[in-house]
Design a protein around this ligand. Structure first.
Ligand SMILES: Cc1ncc(COP(=O)(O)O)c(C=O)c1O
Length: 440
């Protein structure tokens, strides 16, 4: 079986080893959403629903009274000492809970989906809470497909798809996206997708929009085309939507179950990792048509039991945010994208600005110092000599050689970190003659 430690995580290790600015792995260095964090804390301390509500509303005065302390004592007490008074000697929330997710989180996921896309999945038999999109994908592959089944993967793609396909004995059929710099996008070769989907062994197609690593956002035509193939060949669509809120320049994320005939054949995988800036929490969910839910829940239960109970409580507070909160997420990333696009172009990379997600998939062959290197050599040069960690492009391809010209940069870090990364690129690679700056 061809499964190793993921290269993305290895690059993070190398970044730490070399003191490099880490633009490799897709996680932020900024604080997670506060409502999320606080609700998790209140659940851990409160232990039961009634006490959690009390903790949520507690004042400093309440905590001092609980300790028999005065207001004057307060200045010398640590937060840890004070919050000890909020604990509950009885506990449910730091314990096992329903394997398929707390009822209130499944309710919040249903409301959230309805608010965003106008369709309310049934919390009872269409929603399963999992350990992030990673487990969501794995549980879907394991529960809904059989060893030997073909699955269409659109590359470049996140390495977890082919690796998990290998773990579960699936047979990937790769279709390659091609960069079209003049049009400023990545193109889906419809003939290739049609041919792959028509393979009699194929049972599913994996969709990821906005896409990692290219930033492509699939439009209505492309998704209608995929939906038509799914109907024609009786395929499942497994769609990874974790970048749903990170879309730029008028692009819009579209919800595949809303396409004709797709409600009964689409599995939606999502998580709070990117939306809540909380990749370490490992809270995600899978929406399945009812016919598939029991199988998915059985695999999930036997593999991991459940997602952490108090963190599920936190996730409720995130998903219950107003629509305007989710709509505003992309704004912060747009500025970061523009900074890094200008920065990498200045030193000679060519890049199609992403339509969504938070990565640049940049061609390094036009950077004089890197032009003759393999992607791994180029990434090693950057991490060791320049002090910037990226991911070699070939890591995202299994079938085509196209990856031999790309490096992936993540722009989900703070502006300060990105500015430092750009300075290092400038110092280590120098401005390329005639390099373009603006984002176009
Ligand atoms: C496309 C894609 N899917 C899934 C994941 C993993 O998501 P999670 O943290 O929810 O497991 C990532 C992480 O970067 C990703 O880019």
């Amino acid at each position: 079986m061809d499964v190793n430690e993921t290269l993305i995580r290895r690059m993070t290790r190398l970044a730490i080893e070399h003191g490099a600015v880490n633009l490799s792995q897709g996680f932020t260095d900024e604080a997670p959403v506060y409502d999320l964090v606080w609700s998790g804390i209140a659940a851990m301390l409160g232990g039961t629903e009634a006490r959690r509500r009390e903790v949520d509303a507690m004042t400093l005065g309440d905590l001092l009274t609980a300790r028999g302390a005065t207001h004057a004592d307060a200045v010398d007490l640590t937060l840890k000492e004070l919050l000890a008074g909020a604990r509950n000697p009885r506990d449910q929330f730091n314990q096992y809970s329903f394997p398929f997710g707390l009822p209130e989180l499944r309710r919040a996921i249903a409301d959230y989906t309805e608010r965003l896309y106008g369709r309310r999945p049934d919390p009872e038999d269409e929603i399963t809470v999992v350990l992030g999109a990673s487990e969501g994908m794995a549980a879907s592959f394991c529960a809904l497909l059989e060893p030997g089944d073909g699955v269409v993967l659109i590359e470049p793609c996140h390495e977890l798809y082919p690796s998990q396909a290998a773990i579960f004995g699936l047979a990937p059929r790769f279709v390659t996206l091609r960069e079209d710099p003049e049009a400023g996008t990545w193109r889906l070769d419809r003939d290739a997708v049609r041919a792959a989907a028509a393979d009699p062994s194929v049972r599913a197609i994996v969709v990821n929009t906005p896409q990692n690593p290219t930033g492509k956002v699939l439009g209505v035509d492309e998704l209608s085309f995929i939906a038509q193939l799914c109907r024609e060949h009786d395929l499942l669509a497994i769609t990874d939507e974790i970048y749903e809120h990170i879309v730029f320049d008028g692009h819009r994320h579209l919800f595949l179950p809303g396409f004709e005939g797709m409600a009964e054949r689409t599995v939606v995988v999502n998580s709070i990792s990117k939306t809540g800036r909380a990749t370490g929490w490992r809270i995600g969910w899978v929406l399945t048509p009812p016919a598939y839910t029991d199988r998915l829940r059985a695999v999930h239960d036997n593999l991991v039991v459940q997602a952490p109970t108090p963190l599920q409580k936190g996730a409720v507070a995130l998903l219950d945010q107003e629509r305007s909160f989710f709509d505003g997420i992309a704004d912060g990333y747009r500025q970061k994208r523009d900074l890094l696009v200008a920065g990498v172009r200045e030193v000679g990379f060519t890049v199609t600005p992403p339509e969504g997600a938070y990565y640049l998939f940049a061609n390094y062959r036009s950077v004089p110092a890197l032009a003759d290197m393999t992607p791994t050599e180029a990434a090693m040069h950057l991490v060791e000599k320049v002090g910037v960690a990226t991911v070699p492009g070939d890591n995202f391809y299994a079938a085509a050689d196209d990856g031999d010209r790309y490096l992936r940069f993540a722009f989900c870090r703070s502006m300060e970190t990105l500015e430092k990364g750009v300075e290092r690129l400038r110092a280590g690679l120098g401005a390329a003659p005639g390099a373009a700056n603006p984002v176009d």
